[in-house]
Ligand binder design. Structure first.
Ligand code: GCV
Length: 658
């Protein structure tokens, strides 16, 4: 095995030895087998204790309680005995991982471990979306190559099992194997060529309570089936999909369903035939319904051919403009998957107004832990506090609970097909995520989607303890860096919510005008007087896509929060923010501060150098040294640009390159 175990390393708590722990597990089936395996491995590693199965008297019991949620559990541990009761196999597995987490958080002898918890998942669906290509590369992948695909073949090996363990341990119950941009061999994933290895992966995932999903090519009837059309209203096309679905589910029983990126960034879709997104999604939904399949339809649909001189077309509006008119027209087994913001995973964006708009449609929140725009896993940027802010945003859309967390969990409107998905950040690198600290985003997304009431700080603490063991100083340094990392990244990135000041295509490094005169609809509109996009009623009107009072909050400069003010308003450099600083001084100050923070992260890791495994230290040192230098580049490029544009010097007289 040439890779780390991340948070499943089970570093030793105490050597106890003694008689084996007896485990009585009343569940049978593949997941029950995994439960015994995990307890065996963990107890040996944590306490040097053996574990043996028992029929009667036992120190650890795992039993069914039909009154509990299928994926929920109750855990009671005291005096060397642990009882886990669960509604179903997955709940039992989660209860076992909760016991092991609790043991590591307490750090005491097994006999002294005390506590109880009772929980059910906040979200029905908790998914990872891999953007892995069949050739082996990963779109927006920053941790090596795919461990699912290589050279147009499907890979199944020990790593598949360890991947399933890792993500199941934090509550993930759905995995999409392939990229949403389905091209080349990936179109053939739903054909006899690939069913056998896919079924092997599916069975491994299922043994950890995870459903497999596949992305499909909307034009598959043409590219795979030889038809001359993919028109969703053409009966030949619908028939082709019905037959295809039968074949797919015969070979992959228990498949969760299909994920579709249609009419987006050049991918085929119903627009080609003058049809709507509900025509497209419903045709597929009808085909997969007999097998309990679901269609997850992405709302990332916008015009990527904009002219920069056109100040009325606004990419931010597009999700709402395209999908709101279709509310209520989708089948019950269709879920619309909506990115957290209206643009594309920038370091800061307002929440997509679609969450507050759709009332009769299943919705899922899509976030990105692959750090495409947030440092590409070379910079540390712990995104869980950001996701918590997104979840906590009230959308003011109904009388009952109406935050994003309420909406996507089904609490607002009673949906059962809904939840959260993250674009995954894994690859075949030895540490899975490129940057060792990026693993906190993978861990954190799972934990947060299972229990949205957890805070970023709680999750960071857990991750650090589980990953690095009982060293309090290491835990505190890791937590400190993680919690400061997103604010730091935001400080030296594009200011005040405007976004997009990165290099085009690969999206790494500062380039203020990189996208400014391009076709992608991502503008900051800076000139010698000011910057920002006017999205008020006088501008693009985007503000009005929100419900009251959010619409007025953003529309009105007096109430619009500083951190988003340039997303909603075009302002002079001399405008005084709520912080008391002018826009230009805010830009200078935050960029100096952000670079200092990056240097502090580097120093913090140096301070615990001797407490880390040499290889872990080496990797961290290399990444943090790069971040420290690169944050200075961000600072200098952005500050210089705005100094030149505005002609206004830094009030503190610091060196800004001419
Ligand atoms: C998978 C952005 C990314 C693309 C990605 C797309 C999407 O545009 O840069 O790589 O495509 O989002 O979410 O579909």
């Amino acid at each position: 095995m040439n890779y780390t175990k991340c948070w499943l390393a089970y570093p030793r708590i105490q050597t106890m030895g003694g008689a084996p722990l007896r485990v009585r597990c009343d569940f049978t089936g593949p997941v029950a087998g995994r439960i015994m395996e995990e307890l065996r491995l963990a107890m040996r590693a944590l306490y040097d204790k053996a574990v043996e199965p028992a029929k009667g008297e036992a120190e650890i019991t795992v039993t069914r309680n039909a009154a509990l949620h299928e994926e929920g559990y109750c855990l009671h541990v005291s005096g060397g005995r642990a009882q886990i009761t669960a509604g179903g196999e997955s709940g039992a597995l989660y209860g076992v991982f909760a016991l092991l987490r609790r043991a590591q958080m307490a750090g005491c002898a097994w006999d002294e471990l005390e506590g109880e918890e009772s929980t059910a998942p906040s979200n029905p669906l908790r998914m990872l979306n891999h953007w892995d290509n069949m050739e082996g590369d990963i779109e927006r992948g920053y941790s090596g190559q795919s461990f699912f695909f290589h050279d147009n073949e499907v890979l199944v090996n020990e790593r598949t099992v360890d991947y399933a363990r890792l993500v199941a341990s934090v509550g993930i119950n759905g995995v999409v194997l392939n990229n949403v941009n389905v091209k080349g061999a990936a179109t053939w994933l739903i054909s006899p060529r690939y069913y056998a290895p896919l079924r092997q992966i599916q069975e491994i995932l299922a043994s950890y309570g995870i459903r497999m999903f596949l992305c499909i090519n909307f034009a598959a009837p043409m590219e795979l089936g030889g038809l001359d059309s993919a028109d969703p209203c053409d009966e030949r096309v619908a028939q082709w999909w019905r037959e295809k679905a039968r074949e797919v589910w015969e070979n992959l029983p228990g498949l969760g369903g299909f994920v579709v990126k249609a009419d987006s960034e050049g991918r085929p879709g119903p627009f080609t035939y003058g049809r709507t997104h509900s025509d497209g999604a419903n045709m597929l939904a009808d085909a997969v319904a007999p097998y309990g399949g679901v269609v997850i339809w992405r709302c990332f649909v916008y015009n990527c051919q904009q002219d920069w001189r056109d100040t009325k077309t606004d990419r931010a509006r597009s999700g709402y403009d395209n999908f709101m008119p279709l509310d209520g027209s989708f089948r019950d087994n269709v879920i619309l998957q909506i990115k957290n913001g209206p643009m594309d995973f920038q370091v800061r964006e307002p929440v997509s107004p679609l969450f507050g708009g759709l009332k009769h449609t299943n919705m899922m929140l899509e976030v990105q832990i692959a750090q495409e725009y947030t440092g590409q896993q070379r910079h540390v940027c712990y995104l869980i506090p950001w996701f918590r802010e997104v979840l906590d945003q009230d959308m003011y859309c109904c009388d009952g609970p109406s935050t994003v967390a309420d909406l996507v969990s089904g609490r607002s409107y009673g949906n059962t097909l809904c939840g959260m998905a993250a674009v995954a950040n894994t690859g075949d690198d030895p540490n899975w995520t490129g940057h060792d600290l990026a693993a906190a985003n993978l861990y954190g997304f799972g934990r947060l989607s299972y229990q949205t009431s957890l805070t970023g700080e709680e999750i960071a603490r857990e991750w650090a303890r589980l990953t690095f063991g009982q060293d309090a100083e290491v835990e505190s340094v890791m937590r400190e860096i993680l919690m400061a990392s997103w604010p730091a990244y935001e400080s030296y990135n594009a200011p005040l919510g405007i976004g997009w000041m990165c290099s085009p295509n690969h999206h790494y490094g500062p380039n203020v005008d990189g996208y400014e005169y391009d076709r992608w609809g991502t503008y900051h509109r800076a000139d010698c007087k000011g910057l920002g996009v006017d999205r008020t009623s006088a501008g693009t009107g985007y503000c009005q896509q929100y419900n009251s009072p959010l619409a007025e909050t953003y529309e009105n400069l007096e109430t619009c929060p500083d951190e988003l003010v340039l997303f909603f308003h075009h302002l002079p450099y001399t405008y005084v923010l709520k912080s008391g600083k002018t826009v230009i001084q805010h830009i200078y100050d935050t960029h100096f501060h952000g670079a200092e923070e990056a240097a502090r992260f580097y120093d913090l890791v140096e301070s615990i150098k001797d407490r880390l495994e040499p290889e872990t230290y080496r990797r961290l040192h290399e990444r943090l040294a790069h971040q420290k230098a690169h944050a200075c580049e961000w600072r200098d490029v952005i500050n210089t640009y705005f100094y030149r544009k505005s002609g206004i010097p830094d009030a503190q007289g610091r060196k800004i390159y001419p």
